[in-house]
Ligand binder design. Sequence first.
Ligand SMILES: [Zn+2]
Ligand SMILES: [Zn+2]
Length: 300
Amino acid sequence: MFAITILGNNSATPTELRNPTAQVLQWQDESYLIDCGEGTQKQMVLYKIKRSKISRVFISHLHGDHYFGLIGLITSLGLQGRIQPLYIHAPAALEAIIQLQLEVANVQLPYPLHFCPLQHEGPIVEDNKIMVSAFKVRHRIECWGFLFRQKKHPRKILPEAARLHHIPAAFYEKLQQGLDYTAKDGVVVANAAVTTEAPVAKSYAYCADTIFDESLAQKVKGVSLLYHEATYLHDLADKAASRYHSTTVQAATIARLAGVDRLIIGHFSAKYDELDAFLEEAMAVFKPTELALEGVCYLT
Ligand SMILES: [Zn+2]
Ligand SMILES: [Zn+2]
């Protein structure tokens, strides 16, 4: 299961009730921060997200509403005495920006800060539990989306049933892979008789600032939860295109084309006080849509 908590759902500037983009993805013992707009630390404190638990930060692009909170967070972690490393996955230019800020303030961080520049589409983090991939989206400057995919779990062995059928432990790994067991006398034990289905591997795709681009649907095909920006209501489709942003209907169209299970929309323009119309317009195209609301945790 992934748990995604929205910390900021606004575009460009903070308003009285909404903050620039930031989200935290948590599962098992891991916490990843996705974008880090101004005010992210305050939001983490407010919504009880432990800053010290963040192991990786993913920055989609270098418009300020997606990273102006980062130097504050990096510095606070140092003040807290962090020793474990922090990994920053971001466009290459970010490293020089952060290093300059640390240098002029004469900050010596007590923990290793690793910059991992985004260069190619494809996997950027992989272990036996998760694969994170980066993919390009079309915006005014270099901009990346991120796909978080749990590794497929092995089937679960029913030990009683396996013993009853005299299956040797040496074959257990193959059982987990779904193979049937054939005994020496030729009797076949069907895999389903001695194992159960593993929980479905979940996936979360984050499409940061982007113009409407149908090719995105292919990149996020079939994910269990998709976040897609919807900066404007659809009557401002021309304005959205000229600024390399998307509308409600466009975000929902990508979700429908990609055949995802659920969609959340965010990055709302500061010009809107009310968000109800965003939900109505998107749901007319793709019903399982929700608004990305600050402080709300979305599970998948
Ligand atoms: Zn933005
Ligand atoms: Zn932007």
